[in-house]
Design a binder for this molecule. Structure first.
Ligand SMILES: C[S@@+](CC[C@H](N)C(=O)[O-])C[C@H]1O[C@@H](n2cnc3c(N)ncnc32)[C@H](O)[C@@H]1O
Length: 460
């Protein structure tokens, strides 16, 4: 039997959101990728694009809260697609003031008729109208504080508990709330091609307002428009990147002429930033475990006009077996991690990650760092980064790494604005999503001592 291909877009925003949400739930599809593919494939116009993004992300972001509100109104079993339809309709009623309640209900009933039958449509109508009549229940009914916070902010309880233990109630609450706020669209200016001012002007000519960030100088915040569709993007003046991800290249502070290894490089966001910092002079080896991802680095380098980047498929846990010892002036290990800092962008992470998934990551991260040390020159700079907020993968990984490498010393985080430097301690910096509206991110900086320094300190 041939499988029926699902047509995501037929001009109905809510129907498309429902198809995407179901695919995310049933096939573990990534919400951000599926949404972007849909928008680009069907060339969806700006108004529908905004609503589709808002409903898809918003419903996913608030899934547990919406289920809490729906629970008293649902009797017996309902199909998965009906549950998602109820969730996305209630999302509009509770969170989107610009969508009138009756419009959200009518749209839901029409979709239920089309996808199911009259009986399902009348159930959907009944549930949504009952909620409108009786109102949603308060979370004050939940007496246990962690459970209440988990439901209010739609995060799993085990994760809330974990964050509380590491960061305390205030920081945790701020972070959980921020995880439900849509991310700001940020881009990095290709400083080898134009100045920040010039790029702002180029974008203005395309009808786009972009503002220079107060945190990372080469970062622009988009006020309107879609970066990937601009001429400035196509012609290599900008790269789409979260502002936090612009920290590692700044902290590494590579100089023109350096030889740099970017060990976990794909899709190349930081590799190309490093090349821009080096003014496209010197050489960068960008490696990744997955050979197919290397094409992305090459595509981006060529779009940006950077020609000092070479790629190679190498498992970083064995990099020292393939690369010359002590041959790189700088190494970046932007490690695979649990991604708990990017939940605004990938809300599905909240529901798919399991605590046991994290355990193996710490070991992989240490192996990558062990190899980085071997290929780093004496006196060279090593930067370790993750896009997570998790002590085990960040501070603990650094602690264990330093304990087993007397030849490495932490160095003060440098080359970032004062407001960030103040937070950096013992060569480490943890940024939370609520700090300046960027992803949660961790960066640590180290220097390899020379043999002479080791001998003088009696450490060799
Ligand atoms: C956080 S992402 C890197 C993002 C990239 N640095 C950027 O800025 O675009 C982590 C990368 O590590 C790669 N990876 C996972 N395990 C690896 C290993 N053992 N050796 C090398 N790369 C690995 C993954 O394929 C993934 O592309």
């Amino acid at each position: 039997m041939t499988k029926k291909k699902v047509q995501i877009w037929d001009g109905n925003v809510r129907d498309a959101a429902l198809t995407i949400l179901l695919a995310v739930d049933k096939n573990q599809a990534y919400s951000n990728l599926l949404l972007n593919q849909t928008i680009n494939k069907y060339n969806i116009d700006a108004k529908d694009r905004a609503l589709l993004t808002e409903i898809t992300y918003g419903t996913l972001q608030h899934k547990y809260t919406l289920d809490y509100y729906l629970e008293p109104f649902i009797r017996g079993n309902i199909d998965l697609w009906v549950r998602w339809l109820l969730r996305l309709s209630l999302y509009q009623i509770v969170y989107l003031s610009r969508v009138p309640d009756h419009a959200a209900v009518n749209e839901a009933v029409e979709i239920a008729k089309r996808r199911g039958h009259k009986g399902i449509a009348s159930t959907v109508n009944g549930i949504l109208r009952s909620i409108l009549r009786q109102g949603i229940r308060s979370t004050d009914e939940i007496k246990e504080p962690i459970k209440r916070l988990a439901i209010e902010t739609s995060h799993p309880e085990w994760l809330v508990e974990r964050f509380m233990e590491s960061y305390g109630i205030e920081k945790t609450t701020e972070m959980l709330l921020e995880n439900n706020v849509p991310p700001i669209q940020t881009v990095r200016v290709n400083t080898t091609k134009a100045t920040v001012k010039d790029v702002i002007r180029l974008l203005e000519e395309e009808g786009i307002t972009a503002k220079q960030s107060k945190v990372i100088p080469e970062c622009l915040h988009f006020v309107n428009g879609q970066a990937s569709r601009t001429k400035a993007f196509k012609e290599g003046y900008i790269t789409i990147q979260d502002e936090s991800s612009m920290m590692p290249a700044n902290v590494l502070n590579p100089q023109e002429g350096w030889r740099v290894l970017d060990m976990c490089a794909a899709p190349g966001g930081k590799t190309t930033h490093i090349a821009e910092k080096m003014k496209n002079e010197g050489s960068i080896l960008a490696t990744d475990l997955h050979p197919h991802k290397l094409d992305l680095i090459e595509e981006t380098s060529s779009r940006l006009g950077l020609n000092i980047i070479e790629t190679a498929p190498i498992d970083g846990r064995k990099a020292a077996d393939f690369l010359q010892k002590e041959s790189f002036d700088g190494v970046l290990v932007d490690a695979p991690c649990s991604g708990l800092g990017v939940m605004r962008r990938k809300p599905d992470i909240k529901y798919t990650k399991r605590e046991e998934d994290f355990e193996s990551l710490h070991e992989i991260q240490l192996k990558l760092l062990d190899n980085a040390v071997e290929v780093l020159k004496q006196g060279g700079r090593l930067v370790y980064s993750t896009c997570t907020v998790n002590v085990d993968e960040n501070e603990m990984t650094v602690k264990k790494f330093l304990a087993s490498h007397p030849e490495m010393e932490p160095v003060q985080i440098e080359n970032l604005p004062e407001l960030l430097l103040e937070r950096g301690q013992s060569g480490m910096l943890q940024v939370f999503p609520q700090d300046f509206g960027s992803d949660g991110f961790f960066v640590a900086s180290f220097r390899k001592k020379t043999d002479l320094e080791m001998a003088e300190k009696g450490e060799s």
